[in-house]
Write a protein that binds this ligand. Structure first.
Ligand code: PMP
Length: 428
């Protein structure tokens, strides 16, 4: 039998790599440019996944590539803790200035989102000398042992991997449109049943839950959490790994909630356009709690990734990408809302800026329709558009297109999306 290149690679993948590293498609990347991606057989796709929210500045932005190339010619690694370099400090200065709040801040760099989240908790524990951490149902904070314990979704992230570190508690996420009282009651109950407030080091939240379904936090809930943290000396940690770097129409999603400042803000993903880099930015006095040597890592703040991040910040500013994201997100929301009549499975269109999602239920019910969601994804893929799903019930499609996407490609993707939704509705 004559197998295609993609089929041959799928067979090798199955034989050589564990099934736990699941992949969405059945095709393999060859090259990519801005919002376009080609597979090894020359098939072209529009990329509305962006490597899971990493490519806000698009694939191979010329300024990002130039910055990486320039750094490649100087050095690729010294380990910052052995021989430091200015780029690390300059990027920390940038993030200290660009993240919300004018107070004194410091930033430490790591490689992955999970690693940054874990270090944010370590810093909060060192500062408060307390153990407890509160996170939320539906949250995603990563796959390493502590980050996955913070994650509020069992399948597929936690199943079979326990026991998890102790002193982690989950409350219901106070998304827009849900009951704030329910979360308040749950947190008060935690303080009665599980842990006293004076032993809680940190509350960790996503301003918009990413993997959990693009659920936007209620502004009022955030104000309540801030007041709770102030009352009990708890460190409030905003996980902006997915919401950061222009995705929500602002550089950081917390700018949508100007009355609430997090004590620590964690960023990663689009920060360095695909090079592994994450950052923990926080109040200077909190960040300085761990002793020298307590933070870091061999690759943490890798010079190539730092160079890429400097270029990303420049591109965000020069091309006004947060504002462009807001405009594109508004267009996409309008298209999805117009389709509601033709696609009765659509029960919600939501998000902030370009962090847009559409949710599907079985027609006329409040049962989440994961099968329909998969069908939409498959229809789109067949027409050359890569879409990702999300949501605790796997019934949400999220859109993570590059904010640099040319108008013509955005229009092409919208047309594919419309056709795919109509086709899925017709066959349901
Ligand atoms: N936090 C959030 C909000 C995320 O979306 C993710 C990744 N999807 C992570 C943390 C973990 O990041 P990483 O995969 O780089 O460890």
């Amino acid at each position: 039998m004559n197998h295609s290149q993609n089929e041959q690679l799928m067979a090798r993948k199955a034989a050589a790599t564990p099934r736990g590293v699941g992949v969405m498609g059945t095709f393999f990347a060859d090259h990519a440019e801005n919002a376009e991606l080609w597979d090894v057989e020359g098939r072209r796709f529009l990329d509305f996944a962006g490597g899971i929210a990493v490519m806000n500045t698009g694939h191979r932005h010329p300024k990002v590539i130039a910055a990486i190339e320039a750094q490649l010619k100087r050095f690729t690694h010294t380990c910052y803790q052995v021989v430091p370099y200015e780029g690390y400090i300059a990027l920390a200065e940038q993030l200290n200035a660009l993240t919300p709040g004018r107070h004194a801040k410091k930033t430490a760099f790591f490689s992955t989102g999970a690693e940054a989240i874990e270090n944010a908790v370590k810093i909060a524990r060192a500062h408060t000398k307390r153990a407890g951490v509160i996170a939320f149902g539906g949250a995603f904070h990563g796959r390493s042992m502590f980050a996955v314990a913070l994650t509020g979704k069992v399948q597929p992230y936690k199943a079979g991997f326990g026991p998890f570190p102790p002193e982690i508690y989950h409350a219901p996420f106070p998304a827009e449109g849900t009951s704030l009282a329910e979360m308040q009651k749950a947190v008060q109950h935690l303080f009665k049943a599980d842990i006293e407030a004076s032993r809680v080091a940190a509350i960790v939240f996503e301003p918009v839950q990413g993997e959990g379904g693009f659920n936007v936090i209620q502004a009022e809930a955030l104000r309540w959490l801030r007041a709770l943290c102030d009352e009990h000396g708890i460190v409030l940690i905003a996980d902006e790994v997915q919401t950061g770097f222009g995705r929500t129409g602002r550089l950081f999603a917390m700018e949508h909630f100007p009355e609430v400042l997090p004590d620590i803000l964690v960023s990663a993903k689009s920060l360095a356009a695909g090079l592994p880099l994450s950052a923990v930015t926080g109040r200077a006095e909190i960040m300085d709690a761990p002793a020298p040597g307590g933070l870091g890592g061999t690759y943490a703040g890798n010079p190539l990734a730092i160079a890429a991040a400097h270029a990303v910040i420049g591109v965000m500013h020069d091309e006004q990408l947060p504002a462009r994201g807001q405009a594109l997100g508004d267009r996409l929301k309008a298209v999805l809302n117009e389709l509601r009549a033709a696609v009765p499975q659509i029960v919600d269109v939501r998000g902030l800026g370009a962090m847009v999602a559409v949710e599907f239920n079985r027609t006329g019910t409040d049962e989440p329709d994961a099968a329909f969601t998969k069908q939409v994804q498959a229809e789109a893929l067949q027409r050359g558009l890569i879409l990702l799903s999300c949501g605790v019930n796997a019934n949400v499609i999220r859109f993570l297109f590059p904010l640099t996407i040319p108008d013509v490609h955005f229009a092409e993707a919208i047309a594919i999306l419309q056709a795919s939704l109509r086709a899925a509705a017709a066959s349901a």
